[in-house]
Design a protein around this ligand. Structure first.
Ligand code: SF4
Length: 353
């Protein structure tokens, strides 16, 4: 039997790791990808959690490396007719929902997310039906069908602000799927939130006691934590936030070292932002457990150079994202609300600066 990732609520098989490439093979695929990007009028839209060589290639070829909100914005405003989304499937679906006229390709359609997998539409829809008085807010890490069932989509970078806004309007909320982020926004806002019990297999593995020991070893380090992590880990943080917010925190905080509790893929952009600082991975093993994801999402790791070249070259059912037109229309509404809210928020922050 293949190894499983398990959360309290479900288990999934480990995806296969991409084969390691020699330096010559890497150079071959990088060259090939550059040619294919030109031939297809395509651009790479990559997530912070992809491997450093993928992020470097996205930058080098005029693409973007960002969190899921910025990926969505970049993809829909870029003039390329094809988006190569290096990330996980819900990111490709979001890109297609926002840009139906574009071809959206992925290195593999098997790149999942435990939050998406842990929130199947039938169960989630029944949960919403049982609480018709609540506004449904879903995290971007969900399928198009779950988004279509929601009133709002949100990313971790604006989750606290959105829930605070809805609370100020007197709305009671269903939050899905991440239970840790749901708990975090509830604590921050005091809103009435009913939370789906999903978890990210990467952030769920950060360990409190081992982190305390690491803090003792590095007394000058700041602790940066993504709010998909367990509460006891969040409680030890000097800064809590989305991937982009953690990079900003690394720049803002005076500490010479940063212990970082999120996927280690973020180190590529964080180190660019703070070249003089030392970045350390927060511990995922310890307290009787052995890490399984070891701070790197196994589905993000599927976005290798060969898979990107295959995606661009072959397209088709193995690589192209399709979203049913009716589903797309229904999912677009809460996504557009999110983008409009995020744009207003940006203006407010600018106005206050
Ligand atoms: S890191 Fe976690 S939230 Fe992100 S894609 Fe992987 S499983 Fe999903």
């Amino acid at each position: 039997m293949s190894a499983l990732f398990e959360t309290e609520h479900a288990a999934w098989p480990f995806p296969a790791k991409p084969a390691r490439l020699s330096d010559d093979e890497k150079a071959f695929y990088r060259h090939k990808i550059k040619q294919l990007l030109k031939a297809r009028n395509a651009v790479i839209v990559a997530h912070y959690y992809t491997d450093p060589e993928i992020q470097a290639l996205a930058e080098e070829t005029g693409g973007c490396v960002a969190d899921s909100l910025e990926m969505a914005r970049f993809g829909s405003s870029h003039p390329a007719s094809t988006l190569l989304v290096a990330g996980v499937r819900f990111m490709g679906e979001t890109a297609k929902i926002l840009s139906p006229e574009k071809t959206v390709l992925m290195p593999t359609l098997q790149a999942e997310c435990s939050l998406d997998l842990g929130c199947p539409i039938d169960e989630f829809s029944a949960f919403c039906d049982a609480h018709p008085d609540r506004t449904v807010v879903v995290y971007a890490n969900t399928s198009a069908a779950v988004k279509a069932r929601a009133d709002w989509v949100v990313t971790s970078s604006i989750a606290v602000e959105l829930i605070d806004h809805l609370d100020s309007l007197g709305e009671k909320i269903i939050w899905a799927p991440d239970r840790h982020l749901g708990r975090y926004v509830t604590q921050k806002t005091g809103a009435d939130v009913l939370c789906w019990q999903g978890a990210c297999i990467v952030h769920d593995e950060f360990k409190t006691q081992a982190l305390l020991r690491m803090k003792a070893l590095y007394p000058d380090a700041a602790v940066l934590v993504h709010p998909e992590s367990p509460q006891a880990v969040v409680d030890l943080a000097d800064a809590v936030g989305s991937t982009s917010q953690l990079i900003q925190a690394a720049q803002r905080l005076p500490h010479p070292q940063m212990i970082v509790a999120t996927d280690r893929g973020i180190f590529y952009k964080m180190q660019q932002a703070v070249p003089e600082k030392t970045l350390l991975e927060a511990p995922t093993a310890g307290e009787g457990a052995t890490c399984r994801s070891c701070a790197h999402c196994p589905w993000m790791a599927m976005n290798g150079l060969k898979a990107i070249a295959d995606g661009l070259e072959q397209g088709g059912a193995q690589h192209e994202i399709e979203v049913d037109a009716a589903l797309r229309e229904a999912a677009l509404l809460p996504l557009d609300r999110m983008l409009a809210f995020a744009a207003e928020l940006k203006l407010k922050v600018k106005g206050n600066a």
